[in-house]
Design a protein around this ligand. Sequence first.
Ligand code: ADP
Ligand code: MG
Length: 282
Amino acid sequence: MTGSTSGLAIDSARLSLILNELRLPAMRQFWPDFAQRADKEGWPAARLLAALAEHELAERDRRRIERHMAEARLPPGKTIDGFDFDAVPMISKAQVMALCAGEPWLTSSANLIMFGPPGGGKSHLAAAIGLALVERGWRVLFVRTSDLVQKLQIARRELALEAAINRLDRYHLLILDDLAYVAKDQAETSVLFELISARYERRSVLITANQPFAEWNKVFPDPAMTLAAVDRLVHHATILEMNVESYRRRAALERKRKAGRPPARMTAHELEIHASDNQPAT
Ligand code: ADP
Ligand code: MG
């Protein structure tokens, strides 16, 4: 009797080591509980094995999504639930929810472009769509366009531009926030154009911009390149026009109205809020 009990203990210790070696941490952690239940309830061996394997698989998915969430660099706290669709009546919530599924636009490498004045919720909506996509298993990277352009320019100087662009292929969706804020001196090299060309019909991009296409000349070295970039971007694209007043400004006015003050005249404070909306920091 003693012999078989200690044999069991040795088996248990070995099993934990083996599962560790096989990199099956969930099975390693949970097999004693599962085995106990199986013994008590008389599960067939196959059922125990299946239950443990399924558990490992679910944990693996969860860890993968956790990694993808960290690598996506999404601005915190911007969710679909936290987005007030009433503030942008021209945007259909159903359409946005469909985009959050990822299929079919990400599998066909289609793009999404959001236009609108500062403060209208473009970055929020872009981040919220990104978050929903990561939760569904897609890989996403959220960047400020000017930061990425800077990084790609460094890569170009080191003759590693192609490799740097190829590394972005791992992301099903690249969110380029604030395209129009790429500085004039950054436009002198065409890294952004090369990025857009490389992703064309291969991987999706989501672009937010305060400026309509006509003003994108400031972003690319010359008009022909602007035209070519726009052409590739819009070939397979959904365009969301978010022509609404700044959400923060509206919210501030709303608070004032609720406080019982007439909304007629704009105070210095409101003007200040409005001015800060024009900063590229959103
Ligand atoms: P944009 O990128 O168009 O300049 P943001 O997405 O940065 O605008 O929005 C400015 C601020 O207002 C953010 O804090 C954002 O979360 C909030 N906001 C904008 N639109 C909405 C909305 N429809 N519902 C909830 N919050 C919003
Ligand atoms: Mg923004």
